[in-house]
Ligand binder design. Structure first.
Ligand code: UD1
Length: 419
């Protein structure tokens, strides 16, 4: 097991290149099941969630080659085993994204139920109900989803709640269905647009991605493709907050600023100077202490839940009182007790954290719990006085490519050591 050791109190300065998006790469990798030939993906991030997806696809009969330049060749066109086993699914809930592609291409799929996770119960009912509407027969037995369909037939799907991966699953299932599927109340996240752009390049007929209504006209087959994954807005946002919290200056390269509106607006409110260029963002805090900001998470284009924990760390040492309300996941506050131990003044009332900013946090041993909570502990460690150690770093490796190397480039004193 690895841990991170951070000597805090240093302003971050320098530049960082954002990796490809995790939440785009995962659905696009599962989309390789739909193709009738290999897919080459460029700008794929080196993350453990990507490795888990590749292992899952390999278990099913896919073949892949990972190149050192972050390009990935994957042939998922001829699966031999239509089963996603619990041992891999339990480590990554996005494994449910195998369901739509397998079912539409092969007429059957068996996938372990993902179960709950640290940030909430996270059911998959929306995925299953929508697939049933398309004509699938679904049974849940002994912890597994058994789905079969002689044929999926396009229809109107009206999601009663907005879900990112359910929208993606149904879009993928509908690409090879018979006729037209119209998804109402679809999620509008940029990662859905990225997936759809890739599917369109593969020959799918889809319109409306990025809006609440997505229309898919089924086709007979999809081809292999070469596609470049869009940059990760959450990784970019995390480095911007890391710089704002430490009063530094950063240039983030390879960013898609158009999808970062809500994050950049909040950073401006903290008092940061921000310049946006075609492919980069410069944030300069000029040594100032950030002002606190009120946050309410919601679906895109509103403030993303995946940035909530990082802004909570910022608010902890910011000037002023703030509230942070989490509306997407019921238990996404695992970072609160750890930040409080460091000296933060945070009070959790229902799904809202009331925060009174303090001037200093104190470094200490911490335990990472889930991906974004772990990121918030790293940010707190960067600004804290003294030394912070963070155990269970594997949570961070799910979503941040070589986080300590990138932070070192910005001047942070951070090391990964083995226990
Ligand atoms: C995706 C992202 C994750 C992000 C989240 C919200 C990926 C791989 N992950 O997760 O990083 O935090 O969107 O932006 O893209 N729900 C149900 N039933 C379902 C599905 C969802 O009740 O069948 C609920 C969830 O419990 C949650 C809400 O809907 O309360 C939204 O979750 P959802 O958008 O599905 O999150 P994910 O797609 O799992």
């Amino acid at each position: 097991m690895y841990k991170l050791i951070i000597h805090g109190g240093i302003s971050l300065n320098g530049s960082v290149i954002t990796a490809g998006s995790k939440n785009s790469s995962l659905p696009i990798l599962f989309a390789s099941i739909l193709a009738n030939g290999p897919i080459t993906l460029t700008n794929t991030p080196h993350l453990s969630d990507v490795s888990t997806t590749l292992r899952l696809l390999m278990d099913m009969g896919a073949e892949f080659i990972l190149e050192s330049d972050n390009s990935l060749f994957i042939d998922g066109s001829k699966l031999t085993n239509l089963v996603a086993q619990y041992n891999l699914v339990k480590t990554m809930r996005a494994s449910i994204l195998a369901l739509g592609p397998m079912l539409t291409k092969y007429g059957k799929a068996k996938i372990s139920l993902p179960g709950g996770c640290a940030i909430g119960s996270r059911p998959v009912n929306l995925h299953l109900e929508a697939l049933e509407n398309l004509g699938a027969t679904i049974k849940v037995k002994n912890g597994y989803i058994y789905a079969t369909a002689k044929e999926l037939i396009g229809t109107k799907i009206n999601f009663k709640q907005i879900s990112v991966t359910a929208t993606e699953n149904i879009i993928m299932a509908a690409t090879l269905a018979t006729g037209i599927t119209t998804i109402h109340n679809a999620a509008q996240e940029p990662e859905i647009v990225d997936l759809v752009n890739c599917l369109i390049k593969m020959g799918a007929i889809i319109s409306g991605a990025g809006t609440s209504i997505v229309i898919i006209q089924g086709v007979d087959e999809l081809s292999g493709v070469t596609y470049s994954v869009c940059p990760d807005r959450i990784e970019a946002g995390t480095y911007l907050v890391a710089t704002a919290i430490t009063g530094g200056k950063i240039t983030i390269k390879n960013v898609h600023y158009q999808s970062m509106h809500a994050i950049l607006e909040k950073l401006l409110e903290t008092g940061a100077d921000i310049k946006i260029n075609e492919n980069s963002i410069i944030l300069d805090m000029k040594g100032r202490r950030p002002r606190s900001v009120n946050i309410r998470t919601s679906t895109y284009p509103n403030f993303p839940t995946d940035m909530q924990a990082q802004f909570t760390a910022l608010n902890a040492i910011a000037d002023g009182r703030s509230t942070i309300t989490e509306t997407i996941f019921e238990n996404r506050f695992m970072h609160i007790p750890e930040l409080s131990r460091m000296g933060a003044n945070l009070v959790l009332k229902g799904n809202t954290v009331v925060c009174k900013g303090v001037k200093y946090l104190k470094g200490m041993p911490l335990i990472a719990t889930d991906l974004r909570a772990s990121a918030s502990l790293v940010l707190a460690g960067l600004v804290a006085t003294g030394t912070t150690t963070i155990e269970r770093v594997y949570h961070l490796d799910r979503g941040y490519e070589t986080i300590e190397e990138k932070l070192k480039l910005l001047g942070a004193q951070i090391e990964r050591v083995q226990d």
